[in-house]
Write a protein that binds this ligand. Sequence first.
Ligand SMILES: NC(=O)C1=CN([C@@H]2O[C@H](COP(=O)(O)OP(=O)(O)OC[C@H]3O[C@@H](n4cnc5c(N)ncnc54)[C@H](OP(=O)(O)O)[C@@H]3O)[C@@H](O)[C@H]2O)C=CC1
Ligand SMILES: O=C(CO)COP(=O)(O)O
Length: 327
Amino acid sequence: ALASARSDALIWARDPEQARAINQQHLNPRYLPGIDLPPALRATSDFDAALAHVLDGPDPADRLIVLGVPMAGLADVCRRIAQALPALGPDAAPVHLLWTCKGISPDTHEWPHQIVAQALPDRPWLRTGVLSGPSFAREVAQGLPVALTVAGRDPDTTRAAQAAFHGTRARIYGTRDVMGVEVGGALKNVMAIACGISDGLRLGTNARAALITRGLAEIQRLGVALGGQADTFIGLAGLGDLVLTATGELSRNRQVGVAIGQGRTLEDILAGGMTAEGVRCARAAQALGRRHGLDLPITDAVCGVLFDGVAPTQAVAALLARDPRDE
Ligand SMILES: NC(=O)C1=CN([C@@H]2O[C@H](COP(=O)(O)OP(=O)(O)OC[C@H]3O[C@@H](n4cnc5c(N)ncnc54)[C@H](OP(=O)(O)O)[C@@H]3O)[C@@H](O)[C@H]2O)C=CC1
Ligand SMILES: O=C(CO)COP(=O)(O)O
């Protein structure tokens, strides 16, 4: 998206072959086959060179890094940034660092902003935030319109992201609610698995709408308990991304659910190495809910099916048999 409107967008890929394909053929055959990338987009597999490119740009007000790695790679990439970024003085122009990952650490139950803060402490010139919302990568790469939320504690960060993407096909809304945006992004993946299971079982569109609506209530319940703002969950990073992922055929989390509903095993589905963040974060969401004394029945049902051998039909029956309650 950035390279569609600016000539200075540089992508770093750890695989030199991928960087070469982007530079020479303007293609990303592994992840976005068949899509022509903007000719202005350049790539490198040299991490230090990528960081130098950010620091040496002509406009010091324009230093922006977007981390597009999955949760499993976030700490690692942040540590590399910590090693490679020189210490800048207190008067240095800020460097804005955004991440796109959606999830919770399965081991430590940490959120992305906590992982980033731990890996990159004591750098007042580094301003951080999360970029999230309904955004299938393939559609963004095709130049189709997309609206996203950027959340950062410092308004400079949201402004920097909005300015960087202005003039592209991506429209960015700002908020300060980092926690709410991260909870929305992580939990919608769990709900997308639930909707996929329902659709794989051919339970119909009424059931899907029920799961989306009650799933949103569950996401909001956890998000507010963790300090997020209730309104965030009816925005792009909440309802927007939930609707997209629970219903859109491009969603990998939804695809996992559909395959399970059709009778395949999780091991078999993930054997190809597909990133489905909802699988990795469902248990952590469940644990956080329990710690806060919250009722998260859909998350519990997804965990039961994914990890505890509960049959999908049995999980549906258990959800329907819960005691009646007020909406
Ligand atoms: N795909 C989408 O439509 C969207 C994804 N997201 C979120 O963004 C995050 C990234 O998703 P996505 O791009 O789809 O993930 P993919 O797994 O498809 O791609 C990840 C990219 O990150 C690289 N990578 C993975 N681990 C590391 C690491 N430890 N160090 C360096 N590079 C690494 C991969 O490199 P290599 O090929 O060498 O393995 C690959 O280039 C996820 O949390 C996802 O939920 C958010 C919005 C939309
Ligand atoms: O987060 C996404 C769209 O906003 C991508 O969803 P999947 O990870 O389920 O493909």
